[in-house]
Ligand binder design. Sequence first.
Ligand SMILES: [Zn+2]
Length: 196
Amino acid sequence: MQTLRLGSRGQDVRTLQSRLALIADGIFGPVTREAVMSFQFAQGLEADGIVGPKTWTALGINPYHRSITKIILHCTATPEGRDFTVEQIRQCHLARGFSDIGYHYVVYPDGSVHAGRPESVVGAHCTGQNTCSIGVCYVGGYATDGKTPKDTRTPAQKKSLRELVETLQKKYPGATVHCHYEFANKACPSFKLCDL
Ligand SMILES: [Zn+2]
């Protein structure tokens, strides 16, 4: 969770406000600050109006919980019809110097969903967007020539991707769904968001 103070905005502020039974508008204004200070005082904490790890803990929220505001879709950029496993992706990413597979989930052509990096850990899949996002990847994304971007999703993959995104959106209310190409000059994931 972020450390919040007067002027902070966003999802973490909404979480804070709902814990304090305030209107969750996502804007840390004077009313929120007042409520934070009263809460801190009642908890025997320093009533500074700043929500850091101690205050988050007192609110019943793990301060190291990541706040997820985006779900970002990817492809493995491998040719249509070729299998590519979580372990193979992990090896590629380790070779690139990542600490683990960069994605949180991988959807195989048969529609099975496989866990990559734990959701609680920041991924390595989209420059500038990793801290606040979950990275979801499907196997495929290129035509058989191995270089032309193509939506190679099988019907089973499409169904699983949609269901996985829905599950994540329920888990992280307010999180928006994006394609990797929105943040980078890439074709990834080789389909448009409206075709999800
Ligand atoms: Zn990507």
